[in-house]
Design a protein around this ligand. Structure first.
Ligand code: CA
Length: 226
């Protein structure tokens, strides 16, 4: 199990690393918000221990908000120095799975870590949403502006892949590798053809912004945020 610790107080960060490593976890440490965000969004962690107050352009709550926006469902244990109901509620509403108030005993932390790692990963079954579009992987259901949309299984898989990588360019090759099997008969224009089908169903009939955008020569970009 791989754990990311984002904590600017070196003493605490190093004690956490040492203690967790003794429990056979592999641990990476980020000492500020910017590194923390970069690592949390690029490396596959099983758990993130996140301090709320961090130096840098982004603090713990900012990181939490950003990773949840990017549909990263890694469990997050928030460390907070403030023991106020408002902070706890704010942390949990933003997508933290648990929190611990500083100062804490290491046995308490390790108990929370174990409990979080035992939880089943929900991410593959969680409903994805972007603007007024939602996709429910468990029920193969898609809606935009409250209106159900019928998709074929391939269109659904393509849309799910795009929605799991919002607001960034995804190359045509990546789409082919993740949405089509190795042995399926895929022609160079197959992705374009399916993107066209999807556009006709999720963008064209609706007044909202177009969510599927072509980046000529690069691939596609799902979303309308810059
Ligand atoms: Ca701090």
């Amino acid at each position: 199990m791989r754990i990311l610790v984002v904590e600017d107080e070196h003493k605490i960060a190093n004690a956490l690393r040492q203690g967790l490593e003794q429990h056979a976890y592999s641990v990476d440490v980020a000492y500020d918000g910017d590194d923390g965000l970069a690592m949390a969004t690029t490396e596959p962690y099983d758990l993130i221990i996140l301090d709320r107050m961090l130096p840098g352009k982004i603090d713990g709550m900012g990181i939490l908000r950003q990773i949840r926006t990017e549909n990263i469902h890694t469990p997050v244990l928030l460390l907070t120095a403030k023991d106020r109901v408002l902070d706890r509620a704010e942390g949990l509403n933003t997508g933290a799975d648990d929190y611990l108030v500083k100062p804490f005993a290491f046995v308490e932390l390790i108990a929370r870590v174990r409990a979080l790692l035992r939880r089943p990963q929900q991410s593959l079954h969680t409903t994805l949403s972007y603007a007024d579009l939602t996709l429910d992987p468990a029920n193969f259901a898609v809606e935009r502006a409250g209106k159900p949309i019928e998709l074929t299984s391939k269109e659904f898989a393509l849309l799910e892949y795009l929605m799991r990588h919002p607001d960034r360019i995804v190359a045509k090759d990546m789409i082919m590798q993740h949405v089509w099997d190795y042995d399926s008969d895929i022609l160079p224009n197959t992705v374009e053809v399916y993107i066209g089908y999807l556009r006709n169903k999720i963008d064209k009939p609706f007044k909202g912004p177009n969510l599927i955008n072509t980046k000529r020569g690069f691939g596609y970009r799902f979303g309308n945020k810059t």
